[in-house]
Write a protein that binds this ligand. Structure first.
Ligand SMILES: Nc1ncnc2c1ncn2[C@@H]1O[C@H](COP(=O)(O)OP(=O)(O)O)[C@@H](O)[C@H]1O
Ligand SMILES: [Mg+2]
Length: 211
């Protein structure tokens, strides 16, 4: 079972993926928690380039291809082996982020984005995608607090984009969810972390039981 978490900056993906991993592990499942871009040494090196706010001159096509490169490596090294061992893979962002950010957000032709995803994924798609939806102001306020509180590198190239960019990304995610209503489950991400976690755990348990 391959489950991906999606949504705008600060919607709560990293918080919720940790809570779900804990709940599933407690329930006796074998779980791998990973993220994109990153999840493996080469992926993490590409991540640093993608999220470094100093890289102001990066053009949209470079961004798209770097996401594709990071994904190909991460799938080969982490995701496919874990799935082959029967583990539940929880991934913080995946191919829908490339659709939402590079197609809807940056305006790259959707067919080109699909081709890069195809090259990177070779047909692998998530079984379930959990979309955490909240207003962009809410998400960006939370993301800013997270970045200011963090002692690590400031991964804020996207957080510094205009509000309209994030609005296109949010609307893009909602459009993607409408395109594939069986794969996506959309959650209101504005409650407390505990409230959102309970809704997510209930939905994932239903999906696991159905298999
Ligand atoms: N439901 C919530 N309500 C308020 N703050 C939250 C909530 N979920 C997460 N946060 C906080 O908001 C910030 C961003 O959350 P995070 O999980 O890192 O979001 P994302 O991974 O989607 O960018 C973090 O500081 C986190 O502790
Ligand atoms: Mg995160």
């Amino acid at each position: 079972m391959f489950i991906t978490f999606e949504g705008i900056e600060g919607c709560g993906k990293s918080t919720q993926i940790r809570l779900l991993a804990q709940a599933l592990t407690t329930a006796g499942h074998r779980v791998v928690l990973t993220r994109e871009p990153g999840g493996c040494p080469i992926g993490d090196q590409v991540r640093a380039v993608l999220l470094d706010a100093g890289n102001r001159t990066m053009v949209a096509m470079t961004e798209l291809l770097l996401y594709g490169a990071a994904r190909a490596q991460h799938l080969a090294e982490v995701v496919r082996p874990a799935l082959a061992q029967g583990q539940i893979v929880l991934c913080d962002r995946f191919s829908d982020a490339t659709r939402a950010y590079q197609a809807f957000g940056r305006g790259i032709d959707r067919q080109l984005v699909e081709q890069v995803n195809l090259l990177a994924c070779q047909g692998l798609a998530p079984d379930s995608t959990l979309l955490l939806d909240c207003p962009v102001e809410t998400g960006l306020t939370r993301a800013r607090q997270r970045i200011d509180a963090s002692s690590g590198p400031r991964e804020e190239r996207f957080e510094l984009e205009a509000l309209e960019f994030h609005q296109r990304v949010r609307d893009g995610y909602l459009a993607l969810a409408a395109e594939e209503p069986h794969r996506f489950v959309t959650f209101d991400a504005t409650g407390t972390p505990t409230q959102v976690a309970a809704r997510i755990a209930a939905a994932v348990t239903r999906r696991l039981d159905a298999r």
